[in-house]
Design a protein around this ligand. Sequence first.
Ligand SMILES: Cc1ncc(COP(=O)(O)O)c(C=O)c1O
Length: 335
Amino acid sequence: MRLHLNENTAGCSPAVLEALRALGRLDAGFYPEYDAAVAAAAECFGVPPEYVLLTNGLDEGILASAGAALRERTGRVPEALGVSPAFDMYDACVTALGGRMVTVQMGDDFRLPVSRLLDAVTPETRIVYLANPHNPSGCAEPLDTLRRIAREVAPAMLFADEAYADFSGETLIAPDAFAALPNLAVGRTFSKAYGIAGLRVGAVIAAPELLEPMRRVVPPYTLNAWATAALPVAIRDRAYRDWYLRESQESRRLLSAAIGTLGLQTWPSAANFALVRVGDRVGQIVEALAAKGIRVRDRSQEPGCEGCIRITAGLVDDTRRAIAALEEILCGARR
Ligand SMILES: Cc1ncc(COP(=O)(O)O)c(C=O)c1O
């Protein structure tokens, strides 16, 4: 059981699989056309198509935003700002492109340290990366807090990573959002709720002027034909996505109850995973779960996540099995 990467543990919708099976030699032979996929994504997010940049997973959207933000050189090293712990691609992309990733440590409650974050803005700050819900804790911030940060960090870009917004049900994307906040870019992915992580489709949504330099970073045929064909079908199958959201929500509830019973610490997650503090024996627990065929993510090496693992909250049946295994390992160890 793959409970370590927050994927859709049920996979893609059957309608997507059918659409992929219908593809043929010419789909493989020709460069893809993106109009239908962009139109479907734009409709899904409720924005005009020119506000959408499709990317090869949100990972590429993060890379494109770093490439665009760090492009101009003044003689000093350009900076990106974020929190710690965080999704590791922000640091990886910024560093690879010659920028400096500056991070502000979160407290034990995993709330955004807003004033310390704003204090860390310098004249070199070009972009601020914040995931909402946060990864790895799953905690969600009020949207007004993020809007305030966007206003205060301007002209730097706020890249609001909404990889898990399908699960929280809250998004900064709104018809007038980008007129009010021209420095706001929102990252989304179809890897999680829509179950097409293997096909690699993400999107950056922003005002056309902010997107333009990112478009120049992303190669013209970045989505392959299979991903391009799958996207509109995945978006149309709303019932499948909604069913999975309900499974994940129930899994979160079960996980949270079990973690409480086991006397472990967790945080209120609005995403499809939970961070759990299992303590000093974290390495052994991860190994014991792996021996039972259950992969979870060891986050214990990151500051603020000491003794923690992250578990995907996907299909309810998988979650029940994971809980039973965790109970067996922890209670066995106490005896
Ligand atoms: C916070 C966050 N942002 C972005 C991504 C990347 O998603 P994608 O699969 O679309 O590249 C992930 C994937 O785990 C994530 O957790």
